[in-house]
Ligand binder design. Structure first.
Ligand code: TRP
Length: 384
C-alpha cells in the first residue's frame, strides 16, 4: 500500500460505505431513567437495534452518555459519578451495546471518556456566531426559568456560564465527530440539529481541506470539507406525564416519588404507583388528553408497552369494564414490558467489573473513529 493511501485511510477512520447509515444519539447521565425517558428516546434506540437485526442491516449505531453536557449545570461529583454509571448500566441492560458477534455495529460509550469531543467543540466554537446561540430556544427558556425562580425580575445574563450557551456546539461536535448521517431526537432538539448542519456547512466552506484523487494521492484543488450534514430522525414520542399530576411532565425531580415510575421499579412498586395514579370520575376509559389527562396518560403508557393504539385499548374497556380493570391490565403490561430489562439490569448490577470493561472498550472504539475525524480536521485547519 502506498503510504499516502494508508495515511488517507487513517485520516478517515474506517468510514462506512455511502449506503450505510451512521446513526448517532446521546443522552444525559441522569441516573436511572423513568418510563417517560424510556418510551421517548431509549425505546427508539432499541427499535433501531431490532431493525438492524431483523433486516440484517449493516448500519453503524453509536449511542453516548453525554457527561460533558451534564456539566453545563452545577453537579455534585459523587452523584454525577453514580448517575453516569447508572445510565450506562441501563443502556447495557436495554441491549444498546456492542454485539459484533451478531454482526451488529453498535458503539456505546461515555462522551467524557473521549477527549476529541471537547477538542472538536473548541474548533466549532471558533466558527459559531454568538448571536445564533443567544437565539436558541433552549437558551431562552433557561433564561426564562431563571427569571421565574428569581423574585426580582432582573437576571444578569452575563453571569450565566459560557458552557450552557455553548451546549449546542458541543452537541454538534458529538454528531460530526462520527460523521453521523442520521440523528434520532425528539422535537425539542430540532433547532440544535439545524445549528449542527449549519456549522458543518460553514466549517466545510471555511476549511475545505485538500482534495484527494481516487488512488489515494493528494491532488491539486480544494476538498469538500471533513463533515457530513446529518439528517434528523424525528421521533414523535408520547409525552408521559406525572402519575400524580397529569398536567405536568413526569420528572425525576418531582417531590412526590410515587409520581414517577423508574425502569428499575419492582413489580410491587409498579403496582402501587399505577394503582394510585390520578384519574377522574368519568365512567369508562377514553382517550382525551384535554378533558381526561390522567386516563389518557395511562393509555399512552399502556400503548407504549403493549404496542396497541389507545383506541384499541379503550374498545376493550367500554361498558361494564371500567378504570379499575384497565389499571389491572396496565400493571400487567408494564410489569411484563420491563421484565426482561429488570432481570438483565439485576444481573449487570452484580458485575461491576464487566460494566467497567464495557465502558473502557466503548470509549476506545469511539476514540478511534473520533481521532480519524480529528486528524482530518486538524489538517484542514492547519494545526497538524
Ligand atoms: N441535547 C440532547 C438532549 O438533551 C442530548 C445530546 C447531546 C444529543 N449530544 C447529542 C442528542 C447528540 C443527539 C445527538 O436530549
Amino acid at each position: 500500500m502506498r503510504s499516502t493511501t494508508r495515511i488517507r485511510q487513517q485520516l478517515a477512520g474506517t468510514p462506512p460505505s455511502a449506503a450505510r447509515r451512521v446513526v448517532f444519539s446521546g443522552i444525559q447521565p441522569t441516573g436511572i431513567p423513568h418510563i417517560g425517558n424510556h418510551l421517548g428516546a431509549l425505546s427508539k434506540w432499541q427499535s433501531l437495534v431490532k431493525e438492524q437485526r431483523e433486516k440484517q442491516l449493516k448500519d453503524r449505531l453509536i449511542f453516548s452518555v453525554v457527561g460533558l453536557h451534564a456539566l453545563t449545570v452545577p453537579q455534585d461529583p459523587k452523584k454525577l459519578l453514580r448517575e453516569r454509571r447508572d445510565m450506562f448500566s441501563v443502556l447495557l441492560a436495554l441491549g444498546l451495546h456492542d454485539q459484533a458477534q451478531e454482526g451488529l455495529d453498535i458503539t456505546l460509550f461515555h462522551q467524557d471518556m473521549v477527549p476529541q469531543h471537547a477538542e472538536l467543540g473548541w474548533y466549532l466554537n471558533c466558527v459559531t456566531p454568538v448571536g445564533r446561540l443567544l437565539r436558541m430556544t433552549s437558551w431562552k427558556s433557561k433564561l426564562a426559568s431563571l427569571r421565574n425562580a428569581n423574585s426580582e425580575d432582573e437576571v444578569d445574563e452575563s453571569l450565566l456560564q459560557l458552557g450552557l450557551l455553548a451546549y449546542p456546539v458541543l452537541q454538534t461536535a458529538d454528531i460530526l465527530l462520527y460523521k453521523a448521517t442520521h440523528v434520532p431526537v425528539g422535537n425539542d432538539q430540532t433547532q440544535h440539529l439545524e445549528l449542527c448542519r449549519d456549522l458543518a456547512e460553514s466549517f466545510n466552506r471555511q476549511y475545505p481541506g485538500q482534495k484527494w484523487s481516487s488512488d489515494g494521492t493528494k491532488s491539486k484543488g480544494k476538498g469538500k470539507g471533513a463533515f457530513r450534514l446529518p439528517e434528523v430522525m424525528l421521533t414523535d414520542y408520547p409525552r408521559i406525564q406525572s402519575l400524580r399530576n397529569p398536567l405536568s411532565k413526569m420528572s425525576k425531580s418531582s417531590p412526590n416519588p410515587s409520581s414517577v415510575l423508574f425502569l428499575t421499579d419492582s413489580p410491587s412498586l409498579i403496582r402501587s404507583k399505577l394503582k394510585s395514579a390520578v384519574t377522574d370520575s368519568i365512567p369508562g376509559v377514553t382517550f382525551d388528553p384535554v378533558e381526561r389527562p390522567g386516563v389518557s396518560n395511562l393509555l399512552s403508557i399502556h400503548s407504549g408497552y403493549s404496542g396497541q393504539t389507545p383506541s384499541e385499548i379503550c374498545d376493550r374497556f367500554s361498558g361494564e369494564r371500567g378504570i379499575v380493570e384497565f389499571k389491572e391490565e396496565l400493571i400487567e403490561v408494564v410489569s411484563e414490558g420491563l421484565k426482561g430489562f429488570r432481570e438483565e439490569f439485576e444481573r449487570i448490577r452484580r458485575e461491576e467489573g464487566w460494566v467497567g470493561e464495557m465502558e473502557r472498550k466503548g470509549a476506545e472504539k469511539a476514540r478511534e473513529f473520533a481521532e480519524g475525524t480529528m486528524r482530518e480536521v486538524r489538517r484542514a485547519v492547519g494545526t497538524a
